[in-house]
Design a protein around this ligand. Structure first.
Ligand SMILES: NC(=O)c1ncn([C@@H]2O[C@H](COP(=O)(O)O)[C@@H](O)[C@H]2O)c1NC=O
Length: 468
């Protein structure tokens, strides 16, 4: 059958599966003239590499599904008491040692068997994911699926030092060119911590949204400074100035290559709070570094983590754990280009107000709900995040923005419920120029009336950007 049935034979599988401590098993082998196998080493057809290396026909995909290999592996792993099974070249030295010393303890055998079944499960998950893609017409929610994870590193600790932690890479086919923090390269610095991964991910995803040279500063997964400028040095200074206290110890992300000048600025910039303290960051993330830029950024200190990342992919399946289960959703890929900003107030926004509103809207998407962002001239002036009510988030954003909020744009990640004295009124009283919000509240009209009273332009986006 064109080689489809080579090892699927009783002479082979009998020799692997026969229990050496069972007289009748050995007798049966003898009767059929079958010998025993002590070691099974298998390299499976490279299905993963084949189906991820560009276009491959459905027929070629099918032919690359290994059947004999996994069958050998499973048989040997089941009978690991008598047969050593090796699927990973890293285990060749220990195997060699066994072959020389002719002894392998039960723990070593069980470890090989564990690895064998894990290897086959991961292989099958790729085959199954591929077949789902071929058969589901684009449905990203299979009724069941297996996520192939492999450990990238153990971590010193988790969110807190009393929690053990590790970092796993996801080998799902859909993520093969997905980029993002999980596949970033660390040029320099201390080992990444659990919280570092979360923060770097938030910073990288946010900065990747912007087309113009942009700097995003993240603290505890929230962007606390964002600025876009043709001159990225200026973008960096503005992003830090938005909230220098929070930026201290934060993560700084750029969507442009970091060169010598920018690296010097990152290293030398003094905190705008006192003009003296040199800013300190946990991580710098960028799509690339010039040789000199990297050298300057490394400096004398060994601590600053320097990551080089590729743009995170779109159309991702986003998974999140709850106790006893996982929630799955499409990633939030909407950009301002996908959104119609409809004027709801009597006064339409000026071009620059509309541009401010779009910038604020991009930022607010990355802030934890309830989220409010105040922005002007492609620069975040203040943000309020994670408050259980919108009014508090708004007050925090205004407090951070200060006087600069006058005439600026405010984005709210969800509609204003307009209960009690509402946030809209407070924003208008504070001199905001434009408000962008999804709309959809039963009391949208109150928000419109309020904006008309103050001459504020109000934009409805029709979509919201909750981030829990
Ligand atoms: N005591 C604190 O408030 C505090 N200690 C550490 N952090 C921040 O937590 C993050 C690092 O976490 P870890 O220490 O788990 O690697 C950094 O962003 C660091 O600046 C803190 N949070 C700062 O806002």
């Amino acid at each position: 059958l064109d080689g489809r049935v080579k090892t699927l034979h009783p002479s082979i599988h009998g020799g692997i599966l026969a229990r050496r401590d069972q007289e009748h098993h050995l007798k049966a082998l003898n009767e059929h003239g079958i010998g025993t196998f002590d070691v099974v080493v298998v390299n499976l057809y490279p299905f993963y590499d084949k189906v991820t290396s560009g276009t491959i026909s459905f027929e070629d995909g099918i032919e690359n599904i290994d059947i004999g290999g996994p069958t050998l592996i499973r048989a040997a792993a089941k009978n690991h008491k008598d047969v050593l099974v090796v699927v990973d070249h890293h285990d060749y030295p220990s195997l060699l040692k066994y072959l020389q010393e002719k002894q392998a303890g039960p723990q070593f055998r069980r470890m090989l068997a564990w690895k064998a079944f894990q290897h086959v499960a991961s292989y099958d998950s790729a085959v199954s994911e591929w077949l789902w893609k071929q058969s589901s017409g684009g449905d990203i929610f299979p009724p069941s699926f297996t996520v192939p994870l492999s450990m990238k590193s153990t971590l010193r600790y988790g969110e807190n030092p009393h929690q053990k932690a590790a970092f796993y890479g996801d080998r799902s086919l859909s993520l093969v060119n997905a980029g993002g923090i999980a596949t970033s390269f660390q040029h320099h610095g201390k080992e990444m911590s659990y919280n570092n991964y979360l923060d770097a991910d938030a910073a990288w995803n946010c900065v990747s949204e912007f087309e113009n040279p942009t700097c995003v500063v993240v603290k505890h997964t929230n962007p606390c400074g964002v600025a876009s400028r043709q001159d990225v040095l200026e973008a960096y200074r503005l992003a830090v100035r938005a909230d220098p206290v929070s930026a201290f110890g934060g993560i700084v992300a750029f969507n442009t290559t970091v060169d010598e000048d920018l690296a010097k600025e990152i290293r030398e910039f003094r905190s705008p709070t006192d003009g003296e303290t040199r800013m300190f960051y946990e991580i710098v993330v960028a799509p690339g570094y010039t040789e000199k830029g990297l050298e300057v950024l490394k400096g004398k200190s060994k601590t600053l983590r320097i990551l080089e990342a590729k743009r995170s992919g779109k159309n991702m399946l986003s998974l999140r754990q709850v106790s006893g289960g996982w929630l799955a959703q499409e990633s939030d890929d909407l950009t301002p280009e996908d959104i119609t900003f409809t004027t709801g107030s009597e006064r339409a926004p000026t071009d620059s107000e509309l541009s401010d509103a779009k910038f604020a809207w991009l930022c607010v998407k990355h802030v934890k709900s309830n989220a409010i962002v105040i922005a002007k001239d492609n620069c975040m002036l203040g943000m309020g995040s994670g408050q259980p009510n919108r009014v508090d988030s708004l007050r925090i954003a205004f407090r951070k923005a200060g006087e600069a909020a006058k005439g600026a744009a405010l984005a709210s990640d969800a509609f204003f419920p307009f209960a009690w004295k509402d946030a809209v009124e407070e924003a208008c009283e504070n001199g905001i120029g434009t408000i962008a919000q999804p709309g959809g509240s039963m009391r949208d009209k109150d928000a419109v009336d309020c904006c008309n009273k103050y001459g504020v332009s109000l934009l409805f986006t029709g979509v919201r950007h909750f981030r829990h």
